[in-house]
Design a protein around this ligand. Structure first.
Ligand code: HEC
Ligand code: HEC
Length: 293
């Protein structure tokens, strides 16, 4: 077919291509498309000049405006530090009691504390801080290491069995694995431990073991858990007479505790949080605990 032939229906020229009698018209690209193509090209030229664009090996062209992600991040960090400075300073300089009595400041503690707790602590202690198997509740008013604000803040700083040089060290001895107590002795002292908090659930078979259990307890356990089993905060040994358990209070749980010991690990927060954030977290936990009572 001849090139440039006129199409009968539209009057337009054809390209000269033909497939089974179908011919292609030489329709030009619409003007609007060309227009926007030109505009985008000009805009890109402008951006090359104004903003960082081309890599030049180890650096890049900076552009007239000198936009830099690093400096914009620094500015926005500075801006947010300036915004939070007033209440941060107040929290840093006031003691725990003064802050707890300041309703305005406690609003900030609650909102900022909830975020810090959610980001750093909730995966172990639970979103509402009530803990779970292996992770103590922080709102049950039972403290392994002590519940006054400065002690809690110190626990946060150093952690428990952590990598911090000042870490708190918590070690429940593996009486079975280390061959210190026989199975029979562990069962007796286990029954005795359960009788301390759950005397109503002790079976008659267990009652016979209580005397032997009490003797073993006095010899082996009292040095850490106290003669009456109420725990000792200087070594992080839990109170065994209440009904709050880290690892469970059933006979199988206590058997496991006595056989293999326990060695709970709480990370240190000295390197990952500021002292102000640890103060906020302490106030936040105590506030939650108060609400939970
Ligand atoms: C990796 C899990 C984990 C994370 C994350 C964690 N904890 Fe802990 N935390 C523990 C364990 C386990 C213990 C108990 C250790 C033990 O058995 O002696 C503990 C103990 C504590 C104690 C001591 C409680 C007492 O009775 O004395 C406090 C307070 C505490 N955590 C607060 C926090 C806060 C606040 C955060 C977040 C900044 C946090 N924890 C993050 C695992 C964790
Ligand atoms: C060296 C000190 C030490 C001695 C001795 C010791 N305990 Fe413990 N015990 C601990 C500590 C510390 C914990 C907490 C461990 C943790 O949370 O990781 C613990 C935890 C426990 C628990 C778990 C409590 C819970 O809430 O789940 C039980 C039960 C227990 N001890 C019973 C005993 C018995 C019975 C004896 C004596 C046969 C004994 N302990 C001797 C330090 C000791």
């Amino acid at each position: 077919m001849a090139e440039g032939e006129n199409d009968l229906h539209t009057g337009r020229k054809t390209t000269g291509h033909e497939w089974n009698g179908i011919k292609e018209l030489t329709t030009p690209v619409p003007k609007i498309v060309l227009f926007f193509l030109a505009v985008t090209f000009l805009v890109s030229l402008l951006i090359w000049v104004l903003a960082p664009t081309w890599p030049t090996g180890s650096a890049y062209t900076k552009g007239i405006l000198g936009i830099d992600q690093r400096t914009s991040l620094e500015t926005s960090l500075k801006r947010s530090a300036a915004r939070t400075a007033p209440w941060r300073n107040e929290i840093e300089q006031s003691n725990f009691e003064t802050i707890a009595q300041n309703t305005e400041l406690m609003k900030t503690v609650r909102s900022h504390g909830a975020r810090l707790f959610g980001d750093n602590c909730a995966m172990c202690h639970g979103a509402d801080a009530t803990g779970g198997i292996g992770f103590p509740s922080l709102v049950d008013d039972q403290w392994l290491w002590g519940g006054d604000p400065s002690t809690i803040m110190e626990t946060l700083r150093v952690g428990i069995n952590s990598t911090n040089d000042d870490t708190r060290i918590s070690q429940m001895i593996a009486y079975g694995r280390d061959g210190i107590l026989t199975l029979e002795q562990r069962r007796s002292v286990g029954a005795y431990v359960r009788s301390l908090s759950q005397s109503h659930e002790i079976s008659t078979a267990d009652i016979e073991k209580l005397e032997a259990g009490a003797t073993i307890f006095a010899q082996q356990c009292a040095s850490c858990h106290g003669p009456d089993g109420r725990g000792m905060q200087s070594v992080g040994a839990p109170n065994l007479t209440d009904d709050h358990w880290i690892y469970g209070g059933g006979s199988a749980d206590i058997d496991e505790t006595l056989r293999n010991g326990r060695h709970g690990v709480m990370p240190q927060w000295e390197k990952r949080t500021s002292a102000t954030d640890r103060k906020i977290l302490t106030l936040y936990i105590l506030d939650l605990a108060e609400g939970a009572q």
